[in-house]
Design a protein around this ligand. Structure first.
Ligand code: ZN
Length: 421
């Protein structure tokens, strides 16, 4: 992916030590060292222009451009070297579009690899990996469990799902000394350092976003403060770290309240995002700009503003909405059709038997039926006698990213392996 010079605003969400040590860091706030720099390596690579990536979740270009040109975001405008209506050094991109699906993790994975979901493999916020019989949920929706969200920062949950080189890995291949910091973005593979908020701040924001809380927002019992707290801590932590030491050549800062709050805001997406951008993020961008400018960190630095997707207001129609109801919707339909449906949860026992999987896919329905007949597994006893062990459903076909047909090879490919179930 070639990075554009000047300011590129596009429709696109941007997330090593031992696990125990990393988990402690998140609990306490702090940062993870993702790679040790060689002892004789320079601290950074100032020979090339530096880069600041502002990754703003859930803000489409028409809304952001309108606010910038209308003078509603003076802090962000100053970071872009302009003022209301005058952005002589900025390039407002009109072409880049979000992925299909325009879900957060699929879109950020594309933004950070340049590859489409069919190639990098992160096809949504939840999806099922047939070949591994594994449910992946980098942003859980169909169940309420923050574990993958936390593991994204402690154990590279999203990094490990992405099957394509990241933009940071591309950069490092060309410039091994480039110093890359990533603040709270889900994708950080190839960077030097991952800056983290305190665990409680992240969990509070996730809980506020979880569906059970939406009624409290509608009734005015909750405010956007949990989302504000998360974004404020992200940027203030970056500001504090810019105070001394080498400045990062590439700095990615991820803010998510624009998306998380918008999902639950009773006033609707446009009003919620406008207020959040103006009242919460813009003052934080002032702080970020001052911290960089104080160190001369903006003198030769491109600023890229990007997002993962927008928001479209729809009627509040719970009757026809696609959701992930454990006893309704697609799950109930599949059960009526005779399928045994995988429970809506992250992990199930290894011997759990199911023939269909439902993942939350936003405006799309993600239903994974098993293809073809069940296959009877055989096990060999200690005496060498063969006996029937169980009947399991084949999940190896169709494979990801291949053009296999649904008939013929399926049984062979299943039967040829011993690990499938
Ligand atoms: Zn998003």
């Amino acid at each position: 992916m070639r990075l554009r010079p000047l300011v590129c605003i596009a429709l696109l969400l941007l997330a090593d030590c031992g696990a125990y040590h990393a988990a402690r860091l998140v609990v306490a706030g702090g940062s993870r060292t993702l790679r040790e720099r060689p002892k004789d390596a320079p601290a950074s690579s100032p020979a090339r222009p530096a880069l600041l990536v502002l990754a703003i979740d859930g803000v489409d270009r028409s809304l952001l451009y309108d606010m910038l040109r209308g003078g509603e975001l003076p802090g962000l405008a100053a970071l872009l070297g302009g003022t209301a209506g005058n952005f002589s050094h900025a390039y407002f991109d009109q072409d880049l579009v979000a992925t299909l699906p325009s879900s957060t993790l699929a879109a950020w994975s594309t933004a950070m690899t340049g590859a489409p979901p069919a190639v990098h493999g992160v096809t949504g916020n939840e999806f099922f990996i047939r070949s591994e019989r594994r449910f992946a949920a980098p942003a859980p929706v169909s169940f309420d469990d923050a574990t993958p969200v936390l593991e994204t920062y402690t154990d590279d949950y999203v990094n490990n799902l992405i099957g394509a080189p990241t933009v940071y890995e591309h950069m490092r291949a060309r410039d091994p000394d480039v110093l890359i910091w990533v603040a709270m973005h889900q994708i950080s593979r190839g960077a030097d350092r991952l800056l983290l908020t305190r665990r409680k701040v992240l969990v509070d924001a996730f809980q506020a976003y979880a569906e059970k809380e939406t009624e409290e927002f509608a009734e005015g019992k909750r405010s956007r403060k949990d989302f504000e707290a998360l974004d404020t801590e992200v940027i203030h932590d970056v500001v504090a770290r810019l105070d001394d030491g080498p400045l990062p050549d590439v700095l990615t800062v991820y803010v998510s309240g624009t998306d998380l709050f918008t999902h639950v805001a009773p006033e609707g997406p446009d009003a919620a995002r406008r207020a959040y951008l103006r009242e919460v993020l813009d003052p934080l961008f002032v702080d970020l700009r001052e911290a960089l400018a104080k160190r001369g960190g903006l003198d030769d630095r491109y600023v890229v503003v990007t997002a993962d997707h927008g928001h479209t207001q729809v009627l509040h129609d719970t009757v026809h909405a696609l959701g992930a109801d454990p006893n309704g919707g697609a799950v109930a339909l599949l059960r009526l059709a005779g399928f045994r449906v995988r429970p809506l949860m992250l992990d199930v026992p290894a011997d759990a038997d199911f023939q269909a999987v439902v993942a939350y896919g936003g405006a799309l329905a993600y239903v994974y039926p098993a293809i073809g007949p069940a296959v009877r597994l055989r096990a060999t006893s200690a005496t060498g006698r063969s006996r029937h062990a169980s009947t399991r459903t084949c999940w190896r076909s169709p494979m990801r990213s291949t053009r296999t047909t649904f008939t013929g090879p399926m049984r062979r490919s299943c039967a040829a392996r011993s690990t499938w179930s």
